[in-house]
Design a protein around this ligand. Structure first.
Ligand SMILES: Nc1ncnc2c1ncn2[C@@H]1O[C@H](COP(=O)(O)OP(=O)(O)O)[C@@H](O)[C@H]1O
Ligand SMILES: [Mg+2]
Length: 285
């Protein structure tokens, strides 16, 4: 079937000042993609995989691997250092299995990308299941311990998305929210809300942390931007936005003040429909 849209890279918007501080301006170009309508209803042939494109996908995967390995390491430490009942032990082992499964899937997707040049593997699936998986992954991360992640009253929604990639974007938003929630006294809760209107699907992640520091609000989605003294890589939001854009969507900071921060991942139903019309590429044998 013909594709009325094309997914293409667009230059990343960043200032000359940022160029100097990140010291890796080339990276920026690997992170900005958009879906645009083609004038004619014909698809462009798939381009051969360039080293730069491969580097971009590898960056994405490496960032997630750090988080998964963090979960595996922390759970392994728990297992050897604490006496615990078999139910708790099984739970920790399950989290390790889930992290390994996710890393394996991500390596598979990298291999598939090198073979086919196809970055996204869209398939019609339940968004609720993707959210549940992202929540499970976030809960297993040491930074989410003692944080309650709640997801009440979600409508059942299906769409044509790359579940692995979308899960990664949502996981990054959830983890940031948990890290922010952790810094506040009292109840530490994070909410994730899924809803829709006629044109869009919205996934909102809300925390009651201190808010995004003003100094980085304007550059938040650029590579390597993080709060002063922050321990991360400053790539999580860049990756989340990149994945949303690959789906023809967007990630934005909707609101942020002490006690309430909301990030929204918005997916255009029209662009998702275009993705669902893409011919399915080869799968890993
Ligand atoms: N929910 C949030 N509340 C407060 N600050 C946030 C939140 N989400 C992100 N940030 C800020 O944005 C910075 C960049 O986040 P991110 O791109 O995910 O980087 P990293 O990969 O290091 O986590 C973080 O260092 C943090 O200061
Ligand atoms: Mg982060």
């Amino acid at each position: 079937m013909a594709i009325p849209f094309v997914i293409e890279k667009i230059p990343f918007e960043h200032s000359a000042e940022q160029h100097q501080t990140i010291g890796a301006p080339k990276l920026a170009h690997q992170f900005s993609l958009r879906i645009t309508e083609l004038p004619s209803a014909t698809a462009r042939p798939a381009a051969p995989v360039s080293l730069a494109a491969l580097g971009g996908v590898a960056q994405l995967i490496a960032h997630d691997f750090r988080h998964h390995l963090c979960t595996v390491g922390a759970n392994a430490e728990f297992l050897v250092s604490r006496t615990m009942d078999s139910a708790n032990r099984e739970e920790l082992l399950d989290e390790i299995r889930a992290a390994i499964e996710c890393m394996t899937e991500q390596l598979d997707s990298l291999l598939l990308f090198t073979r086919t040049g196809c970055n996204l593997q869209p398939r019609r699936q339940s968004l609720n299941l993707i959210l549940e998986r992202a929540i499970r992954m976030a809960r297993a991360h040491p930074d989410a311990h003692h944080v309650e992640i709640s997801s009440n009253d979600m409508p059942f929604l299906e769409a044509s998305v790359d579940g692995l990639r979308l899960c990664s974007a949502i996981f990054n938003l959830l983890l940031n929210a948990c890290q922010a929630a952790k810094t506040t006294p009292g109840m530490k809760t994070v909410d994730i809300v899924l809803n829709q209107n006629r044109q869009y699907i919205f996934i909102r992640v809300l925390d009651r942390g201190p808010g995004v520091p003003h100094a980085i609000r304007n550059t938040l989605f650029q590579p390597f931007v993080k709060a002063e003294g922050g321990s991360g890589t400053g790539l999580g939001l860049t990756i989340a936005r990149c994945i949303a854009r690959e789906h023809g969507g967007e990630v934005c900071l909707e609101e942020s003040r002490p006690g309430k921060t909301v990030f929204v991942l918005k997916l255009s139903k029209r662009a998702l429909k275009a993705l669902s019309d893409m011919p399915n590429s080869a799968s890993i044998a």
